[in-house]
Design a protein around this ligand. Structure first.
Ligand code: MV4
Length: 525
């Protein structure tokens, strides 16, 4: 009897213990407070999703960002140093200290800054915090281009013909280049953004270009390893959004077309791509999922492909972060990718399988930079004298500014991302044209006029364009003056009339905003 009673107590004790461990495990992954190690629109975008999930938010900011919107939006904010990012947003210790000080249990790196830094991901984990992103091991595999190519090759992902190893011996390299066939590309293994990349048209320029590629790679990445690939002329840049959980499930969330870029900086992205057939989408999607599996990948990632004129596709690299252009994927899938990232980081399984996912309509994103497209896209830092966002159905503006704010000179000059979503590509373009015309920004030059030019361009509208779009079709003069001779004559007449007026009537006739002069001239006509 005593024995039975004893074992009953023991049993119920062990059940209780089991239950409490299980409960602790279930809530262990639950994030209560999230530190966002970023600034601007992406910090706000991440915090919005966290807030909806009942998660408290912590902002970090540099001295240049004291008045920034992400600081005001967060539940708590900590200053992490002087304006240069090398002394603030890039200092791992300061960010981890801020997390400890505020009792945050997770860190979201956003994009840029520390988002693809494997040492940071490792450190965050070591101090017992959750890193919202992939494992440091996955980041390490994909961080080297050659390492990434070697890993995905084992999973049947198509690669551009080329060398699998870094090249150092010129004679051997020339022999390989000849076999591949000119033109070829020399790329830096540690590369990114086209740095350390050289086209070689023929054998006679091989040595010179190789020397340049190596020295560029050393100065930019401290690593001179380069490799050779067949040069794909006028490719399209198509990337697949993938998502994995920590239980081995990986799906793709379709593609984004990112061919409209200048100097390796994207300006316009859309989803889906107008060149993919359902069959090609399925094939590329499967290759993207395989590439992610090759790195035991979880959380959000992007597989970059180039597509040649015969619709052959090749893996280029993987980006192990949430990307700037993720909203177009959100619009066509109806998913909130940041919420999904947080849930996956908490240990949850993906709530869907591939077959559940469908494309809804078409989404286009334009990046509004404080840059002057008429002047070689030079950054134009200043204060937003007027800042009025467009409104209406299917328009989303992700930004980090309000009227009167200054764009800090220390960081990326992106003012906003504007995303238009509609039933078809044509309607999304029409909506974007309307939205651009409604967007009012004065005080700085912006890329809005350039984006308007692209939206009207026959090559963009037909869907028949490549990564060469900007250099082939865009001439700065296009934006410099598009007044007709007649308009310029009216302007002259108005100027004479104005000189004869009192200052008060002058002020009522024209606004200091140049864009209004044009509207006025059109009315006069
Ligand atoms: C290429 C290529 C053509 N052939 N590789 C540019 C940056 C880096 N991510 C890879 N890039 C390219 N690799 C081969 N074998 C053309 C580019 C390229 C490009 C790629 C994607 C988006 C825009 C681009 C603009 C110019 C060149």
């Amino acid at each position: 009897m005593f024995f039975i009673f004893g074992s009953f107590i023991l049993q119920s004790l062990s059940i209780e213990l089991f239950l409490s461990i299980a409960l602790a495990k279930m809530s262990m992954g639950k994030i209560k407070k999230l530190l966002v190690a970023n600034r601007g629109e992406i910090a706000l975008r991440i915090m919005r999703s966290a807030k909806e999930m009942g998660i408290k938010t912590v902002a970090v900011f540099s001295e240049a960002d004291r008045a920034a919107l992400h600081v005001r939006f967060a539940d708590e904010a900590i200053c992490i140093g002087p304006p240069p990012s090398s002394q603030s947003y890039l200092v791992m210790e300061k960010i981890i200290a801020a997390a400890n000080e505020t009792g945050a249990d997770a860190i979201h790196p956003g994009y840029g800054f520390l988002s693809e830094n494997e040492a940071f991901a490792r450190k965050v984990k070591e101090v017992g915090l959750i890193f919202i992103g992939p494992s440091a091991e996955s980041m390490e595999i994909m961080g080297s281009k050659l390492g990434a190519k070697a890993a995905v090759a084992k999973f049947n992902v198509p690669l551009v013909p080329g060398t699998a190893e870094p090249i150092s011996d010129i004679t051997a390299a020339k022999k390989i280049a000849k076999e591949i066939g000119y033109p070829i590309l020399i790329k830096a293994s540690a590369g990114g953004g086209g740095k350390g990349m050289r086209i070689v048209e023929s054998e006679s320029e091989f040595e010179e270009q190789m020397e340049r590629a190596v020295s560029e790679a050393i100065s930019a990445f401290g690593d001179g390893a380069v490799f050779i690939e067949k040069y794909v002329a006028q490719p399209r840049h198509i990337e697949f959004q993938i998502f994995g959980d920590q239980h081995g499930n990986v799906v793709h969330l379709f593609e984004r077309e990112c061919s409209i870029q200048r100097r390796h900086q994207k300006v316009i992205e859309e989803a889906p791509s107008s060149v993919l057939t359902p069959e090609l989408r399925k094939k590329m999607g499967e290759a993207a999922v395989n590439a992610a599996k090759a790195a035991n990948y979880y959380n959000a990632g992007t597989i970059e492909f180039i597509l040649d004129d015969k619709l052959n596709f090749y893996f280029l690299e993987m980006n192990t972060r949430l990307q700037v252009e993720h909203p177009v994927t959100e619009e066509i899938t109806g998913l909130d990718l940041v919420k999904l990232q947080i849930k996956v980081a908490e240990g949850e399984k993906l709530p869907f399988i591939q077959e559940d996912l469908k494309i809804h309509g078409h989404a286009i994103e334009v990046r509004v930079y404080a840059e002057d497209p008429a002047n070689n896209f030079l950054p134009d830092i200043g204060t937003l004298k007027t800042y009025k966002r467009p409104q209406g159905h299917g328009i989303r503006v992700d930004d980090g500014f309000e009227q009167g704010m200054a764009i800090p000179f220390y960081y990326d000059p992106m003012i906003a991302k504007m995303i238009c979503h509609d039933e078809t590509r044509e309607r999304a373009i029409e909506k974007m044209i309307r939205a651009i015309s409604e967007y009012e920004i004065t005080g700085v030059e912006t890329t809005l006029g350039f984006c308007d030019f692209v939206m009207h361009h026959e090559s963009f509208r037909s869907g028949n364009f490549s990564t060469k779009f900007v250099e082939s079709f865009f001439k700065p003069e296009i934006l410099k003056s598009n007044f007709t001779e007649e308009e310029e004559m009216i302007a002259g007449v108005l100027a004479v009339e104005l000189m004869a007026m009192t200052p008060q009537s002058q002020a009522t006739l024209i606004s200091p905003d140049k864009s209004k002069w044009r509207k006025r001239l059109k009315v006069e006509r």
